[in-house]
Design a protein around this ligand. Structure first.
Ligand SMILES: [Zn+2]
Length: 291
């Protein structure tokens, strides 16, 4: 059924972006990585022969606004975009689920980029799987991360596309009488130390610039000080990751270890237009610097 899924996705893209097409051809390369009997399809879209010199990476299937903003950029300026498909047609999920020897496993595709097996095995969730099955799951996930990285490693600059939920802290009903405090969702202030308490995020940031006129969900994470300065000058909210980030298996930390110039473009789910504006700003910074 894989070819049907790819065909389906490709036509969705063509129909959705037909108004932006300017006699440019879209090449789509599909690569299948097996995780037991389940599969992840890597889709690499290329538009134009003169590419801007960076690669978009979209790892969370359910973050559709960032994918749409990335496609708009691709069709306007040309370039390369990698995305992954692992859910049934018509559905999208953040995490990849798969089975090995009948045991179920689940992993966040942005927590698989690490050379440290201890970190990786902790990031693969399972329900009482045997050690043998866990070893097989580890190997399969390593193959997946290598396959993704081999598609993007030739680019000096990587632009990751993400969306977040952006909901405030709330008290939600749990059962008939109980209530549960739900913390504020991930946003740029997650990188600020609060109430004298450091968090994993605040410990991985060196500097932060917040434009008070931009929503707290919409910001960049960068790994180089000069990119922080350029985005701040362009009035975009931005976080500078520090030189010793915690190895959590994310592509941002791995890319830094591989000396890549890396950008994470975060925006609230559904905010395609603003994320497109963010990517246009970044594109002008990246292309002007190349001249
Ligand atoms: Zn994401």
């Amino acid at each position: 059924m894989l070819w049907i899924k790819s065909f389906y996705t490709t036509w969705i893209v063509f129909i959705a972006f037909a108004p932006y097409l300017n006699a440019q051809e879209i090449d789509v390369l599909n690569k299948v990585v097996k995780l037991g009997p389940d599969s992840v399809v890597l889709q690499v879209y290329k538009v134009g022969t003169k590419t801007p010199g960076y690669c978009y990476v979209h790892l969370h299937e359910n973050e559709t606004a960032s994918l749409e903003a990335g496609f708009r950029m691709l069709l306007k300026h040309g370039g390369t975009l990698l995305t992954i498909r692992h859910s049934a047609p018509g559905t999208v999920n953040r995490n990849i689920t798969f089975q090995i020897d009948g045991s179920k496993f689940e992993v966040d595709p942005n927590r698989i980029f690490t050379g440290d097996d201890t970190v990786l095995i902790q990031n693969i969730k399972h329900n009482h799987a045997s050690n043998t099955s866990r070893e097989k799951a580890l190997h399969a996930v390593q193959m997946l991360s290598k396959a993704i990285w081999s598609e993007v490693k030739s680019y000096e600059t990587i632009v990751a596309l993400h969306n977040n939920k952006n909901h405030p802290a709330s008290c939600e009903r749990k059962g008939w009488f109980g209530r549960q405090l739900m913390p504020e969702s991930y946003n740029i202030t997650s990188y600020v130390m609060k109430n004298d308490l450091a968090s994993e995020s605040s410990m991985s940031a060196n500097a932060i610039y917040i434009n008070p006129g931009i929503n707290n969900s919409d910001f960049f994470i960068v790994t180089k000080a000069e990119d922080f300065d350029a985005l701040q000058k362009a009035k975009m909210s931005v976080v500078l990751q520090n030189e010793n980030p915690l190895d959590d298996g994310s592509m941002s930390v791995f890319a830094y270890s591989q000396n890549k110039r890396y950008f994470n473009a975060e925006a609230k789910m559904g905010k395609v237009d603003f994320q497109f504006t963010m990517l246009e700003t970044l594109h002008s910074i990246l292309t002007h610097q190349r001249l």
